[in-house]
Design a binder for this molecule. Structure first.
Ligand SMILES: NC(=O)c1ccc[n+]([C@@H]2O[C@H](COP(=O)([O-])OP(=O)(O)OC[C@H]3O[C@@H](n4cnc5c(N)ncnc54)[C@H](O)[C@@H]3O)[C@@H](O)[C@H]2O)c1
Length: 294
């Protein structure tokens, strides 16, 4: 029970990686505020956790709005009396287009949902994390290190988070507050698989070929890292970018094609996840028509 008695807020907790973090933290003994947009299945995840004997309350609202970010933090204090961990995981990935064809409204949405949410939640959580000597774990991305063709604003938004996290870690260390960032590669959520994804189906089918481990990661594989970084076991870790990308960052060719099928299977895991591929439901996703390089 790595997180026994700790109070954690998880943003974007209704689907995908956030749902897995919620279940993982509950199994590790944390008391949870689970937050997401009003249409996200946050209540369903909350009920599943309570049904398994965990403690969780939902917060539904747009965390890019000041009053919602503030109220989400207040909910943790009202319910549990303190705050130990902020998992800043909410984000969107809603467009694919070369940069000149990338719609300005999609750029603005990316900045708002990926950056403003993290800033506001950090701002309102910090005074309480100082009291508990708590910590923040952000969801960054391999794309924030390497850039992301066809998704350039998305990669840029994650690079912002990496630098933001490091600044927070340095600034808050004297108060005993840690900050770290998990940087996933292609994870098996609505973003990389299925009709809601902005990645076109042909590219989805070949994702594994680029990855040395030959496959996407699972939400649970990412949640396991959050549980460690948020726990006291990681007491000497701050300002760190923790890459979990199946090796794609140093990869130089289509090495994933050499991985035998038996090794490409995703581990089953132990968490009971129901919304891994629901994150983009109802969201306006834009896929630009393919461009032929002359
Ligand atoms: N799936 C991947 O391949 C991948 C790779 C690298 C990083 N990530 C990061 O992991 C995180 C989770 O992504 P996912 O793949 O689980 O996708 P997801 O869509 O399932 O989860 C993101 C959740 O955040 C919520 N959200 C977005 N904006 C919000 C806002 N303003 N207020 C409240 N909730 C909001 C969404 O509604 C959604 O439920 C994101 O930060 C993403 O950048 C994902």
């Amino acid at each position: 029970m790595r997180l026994q008695g700790k109070v954690a807020i998880i943003t974007g907790a209704g689907t995908g990686i956030g749902e897995a973090i919620a279940h993982k933290f509950a199994r590790e003994g944390a008391r949870l505020v689970l937050s997401g947009l009003p249409a996200d299945p946050v209540r369903d995840v909350t009920e599943a956790i309570k049904g398994a004997g965990g403690q969780a309350v939902p917060y539904l609202g747009d965390l890019a709005e000041e009053q919602h970010a503030r109220a989400c933090v207040e909910l943790a204090l009202d319910n549990f009396g303190s705050l130990d961990v902020l998992v800043s995981n909410a984000g969107i990935f809603i467009a694919s287009a070369e940069t000149d064809a990338y719609r300005i409204e999609d750029f603005d949405r990316t900045i708002r949902n990926n950056i403003r949410t993290a800033f506001l939640m950090t701002k309102f959580a910090l005074p309480h994390l100082r009291k508990s000597r708590g910590n923040i774990v952000y969801t960054g991305s391999e794309a924030g290190m390497n850039g992301s063709p066809m998704f350039t604003p998305y990669g840029g938004s994650k690079a912002f988070l990496h630098a933001f996290m490091k600044g927070v870690a340095l600034e808050q260390a004297p108060y005993g507050v840690r900050a770290n960032c998990v940087c996933p590669g292609a994870i098996d959520t609505a973003w990389t698989r299925g009709t809601d994804s902005p990645i076109d189906p042909a590219a989805q089918a070949t994702i594994g070929a680029m990855i040395p481990l030959g496959r996407r990661g699972t939400p649970e594989e990412i949640a396991n890292i959050f549980a460690f970084l948020a726990s006291d076991e990681a007491s000497y870790v701050t300002g760190a970018l923790w890459l979990a990308d199946g090796g794609i960052t140093p990869a130089k060719n289509d090495i994933g094609t050499r991985v035998p099928d038996a090794l490409r299977r995703e581990p089953k895991g132990v968490l009971n996840l129901k919304h891994s591929h629901d994150g983009l439901h109802g969201k306006d996703v834009y896929r630009a028509p393919p461009v032929l390089v002359p």
